[in-house]
Design a protein. Structure first.
Length: 398
């Protein structure tokens, strides 16, 4: 019988198959998530939904995520991230077809709930597996993993619009499910197999830290939340801001979120090397300062082009902050990785799923410029808590 208290063996080489596998997991997750963004208008047209019911479907996605994620964290602690990734990823593959075949808003709501739930569950599992690969390689890989997610989301959203228009919703669902299945099962065939997430052999005899007694995962959750809310408000409201308040065309307005995503994808490809060289805390502090300045530039921008530049600069800053927070959550002393990661993931994704909606209600009274000026103030708290991200450097054995 394998001794599950032993640390994961060191991986050899610059690109071992386990590193490739976890990046493919992120790619598959992003590809499917990107395709989901085009299902919203398709569902609205097919089921003849009012904006109210469309909003309810989007809420179902978020509620599914925060409902199932905690069970995923407990599952990782008990069985390991590789097992949970296999289970959640395999179930998730059927969700797109369920959404496409849903005959009414109620069945669509259930399908979207399952889609969001298992998307979030797989997200926790693949981040936990990335932490294991980082520790086994003794180097950062989390930022580049998130770059593959961004790439997948870009490809999924770009291809889905064309496929739905030319081939129809069902053909799109079948093709995107098939492609995602190939990527997913290729990843699962090479994935790093970890056991239950106990502490390493030197700490195995020490008492575990209770999730409800330690403030660390909750504080790191606040860090992830306040970082991801910057991305969320740009995705949801930047185009409207440029169009209504800065007088740009819809074509130009669409570049706002695109500039942020493009900058994030590129910077995440370099983020691991930056973090390895300067450490997690300094990288977080400099990144936070860049994101802060970028959002203020966008909020005070005299025209759309300056605002787009500000959003791109914010993307440069935010790109590596969330991966660092996730790595830190997976390396908290005395705590199983899946448990800490589930807390930070749930809180972090609330920054893109729920809070931006609330800011939209505020913007009705203040205007969107005030939102982009006020939101980065949350990054001041991130900077004050940045020392907590030192746990991300645990991958080197410090």
């Amino acid at each position: 019988m394998v001794d599950r208290t032993l640390p994961t063996p060191a991986l050899i080489g610059r690109y071992p198959r386990e590193r490739i596998a976890v990046k493919l997991l992120f790619l598959a997750n992003g590809l499917y998530a990107g395709a989901w963004s085009l299902k919203v208008p398709e569902l609205a047209d097919r089921l003849i939904l009012s904006p109210f019911y469309v909003s309810l479907l989007v809420v179902c996605y978020g509620v599914g995520s925060v409902t199932i994620m905690p069970f995923c964290g407990a599952g990782i602690a008990k069985y390991g991230s590789s097992v949970v990734a296999k289970v959640t990823g395999s179930i998730w593959l059927f969700a797109m077809l369920l959404i496409t075949l849903a005959p009414n808003v109620w069945t669509a709501g259930i399908a979207v709930f399952l889609f969001g739930g298992f998307a979030g569950a797989m997200d926790v599992a693949m981040n936990a597996n990335a932490v294991e690969v980082e520790k086994s390689m003794r180097k950062a890989i989390m930022s580049s993993c998130h770059a593959f997610w961004s790439l997948g989301a870009l490809l999924g959203s770009a291809a889905s619009g064309y496929m739905i228009d030319t081939l129809g919703p069902l053909a799109h669902a079948l093709i995107i499910t098939g492609v995602s299945a190939v990527v997913l099962f290729s990843a699962l065939s090479m994935i790093l197999h970890d056991g239950p997430h106990v502490e390493d052999i030197h700490e195995a005899a020490a008492p575990k830290t209770s999730l409800f007694k330690s403030p660390l995962p909750w504080l790191l959750g606040i860090v992830a939340l306040f970082c991801m809310v910057q991305e969320g408000v740009v995705i949801d409201w930047s185009a409207l801001y440029l169009n209504k308040e800065l007088g740009s065309t819809l074509t130009i307005s669409a570049f706002a979120a695109g500039a942020m995503h493009g900058a994030m994808t590129i910077m995440r490809l370099f983020g691991d090397g930056i973090r390895d060289r300067f450490g997690a805390v300094r990288t977080m502090q400099v990144s936070g300062a860049i994101a802060f300045v970028g959002m203020l530039i966008a909020g005070f921008a005299p025209n759309a082009y300056v605002a787009i530049g500000g959003f791109a600069l914010c993307g440069v800053g935010v790109s590596n902050m969330v991966p660092i927070a996730f790595s830190a959550a997976g390396n908290l002393p005395g705590m199983a990785k899946g448990v800490g990661l589930s807390v930070v993931t749930i809180m972090g994704y609330s920054g893109t799923l729920f809070l931006p909606t609330l800011f939209g209600f505020v913007a009705e009274h203040t205007g969107f410029a005030a939102i982009f000026i006020g939101t980065p103030m949350l990054l001041i708290i991130v900077l004050l808590l940045s020392n907590l991200t030192r746990h991300a450097d645990g991958i080197k054995g410090h």
